[in-house]
Ligand binder design. Structure first.
Ligand code: PMV
Length: 363
């Protein structure tokens, strides 16, 4: 597998007609969490996620030849139909940082339109869907102009690699159902540089799994994920955490292979609480869960005890709970969410999602 994507040969020598490319790419929810990084977005431990369906970004790029090629990115960026200077600057910086991978970008004028299926202020990380949609578009442009990515496996590996440079967890969004990222002995072909697909290794029950996201708070996080990853460097528990994540990765993959929901759910909840424990033991220490997050956790655990239904939770780096459960109990869980958990959410907002089939090119 090629891992050095620097390629000075990807430069245009002839004229290019204006063209369009568009990808829809989903968000993902990690079950084993990536928390702590080094170098250029390299993970300190392996992670595994379920790919979502409803929470996605649509990105459309129109590209045409620039009048004069220079080392600059020529970009017009629209979010939800409006120019967005803050996002534009972020994207421009990202594109400049990958010019050695896609040198032809300095020869093109790019007009990018992007939108999310979920509200921007929902407290849901949009970087995974946004960065993967953008990276998939860039790989499609490379394939159209140079024909260098016609093999699907190579295409997706490169898209995953480039997504990772944009936002670590985004590299897992390019695959259907489930993906793993980070080197581990438990999974052949696993890499720190890009994610690998896991769908073939897991029990069919996970292919129709649900993830209802309880929007406990939509406020912007007091500590960003980037800052949170950084604080792992001084965390006294860091070394044992990375060791633990490796062991849990192996145990989770085994549970997912055989469809052991109890084992899966136990590890998912341990991982969620460990992630937040790491925040509470950072220096400075911080808390992203709120009183309603804790209340919802207790209610989920109580519901499971009383009904025997396999309903579990996970958390990302924020206060919102992700409720994980198989399709077989969805009618009962929906009633419970509506009656008992929805009142704990800001404006009663819950986003109901399911495991999805990965990104789709639509132009
Ligand atoms: O990809 P980042 O830098 O936003 O970090 C994501 C971190 C978690 O969502 C907490 C865990 C994960 O593996 O997605």
């Amino acid at each position: 597998m090629q891992v050095n994507y620097k390629n000075p040969e990807l430069m245009l020598s002839g004229a290019v007609e204006p063209q369009e490319v568009a990808w829809q790419s989903p968000s993902n929810i990690a079950i084993i969490k990536y928390w702590g990084k080094h170098g250029r977005q390299l993970p300190r431990n392996p992670s595994i996620s379920l790919t979502l369906n409803e929470a996605h970004t649509k990105t459309e790029i129109t590209y045409s030849e620039k009048e004069e090629s220079n080392k600059q990115i020529d970009l017009e960026f629209y979010f939800d139909g409006k120019q967005n200077p803050m996002f534009a600057e972020k994207i421009e910086r990202f594109l400049s940082s990958i010019l050695n991978i896609f040198p032809f970008l300095e020869q093109l004028k790019l007009v990018i339109h992007s939108s999310n299926s979920f509200p921007h202020s929902a407290g849901i990380a949009s970087s995974a869907s946004a960065m993967s949609a953008l990276s998939l578009c860039l790989c499609s442009i490379e394939q159209t102009l140079f024909g260098t990515l016609s093999d699907e496996t190579s295409f997706l590996s490169k898209a995953s690699y480039v997504s990772r440079l944009g936002s670590g967890s985004a590299c897992r969004s390019v695959y259907p159902v489930a993906a793993a990222w980070g080197e581990t002995q438990t999974l052949d072909d696993s890499s720190n540089l890009f994610a690998v697909p896991c769908s073939a290794h897991i029990h069919p029950i996970f292919k129709s799994f649900h993830d209802d996201i309880l929007l406990i708070s939509k406020a912007e996080k007091s500590v960003s994920s980037t800052a949170g990853h950084g604080l792992m460097d001084g965390n006294v528990y860091a070394a044992s955490r990375y060791h633990q994540a490796n062991a849990r990765f192996g145990a989770l993959l085994e549970a997912m292979k055989v469809g052991d929901l109890e084992r899966f759910g136990t590890i998912a909840e341990q991982e969620a609480l460990t992630l937040h424990a790491l925040m509470m033991t950072s220096n400075p220490a911080y808390l992203l869960m709120t009183a309603n997050s804790l209340q919802a956790i207790r209610l989920v655990q109580q519901y499971r005890k009383e009904t025997g239904n396999p309903l579990y939770f996970t958390l990302d780096a924020g206060p919102n709970l992700h409720l994980l459960y198989p399709d077989s109990v969805s009618a009962d869980v929906s009633g419970f969410v509506k009656e008992v958990l929805q009142p704990l959410c800001e404006n009663g907002d819950v986003l109901c999602d399911v495991v999805g089939n990965g990104p789709e090119r639509y132009l």
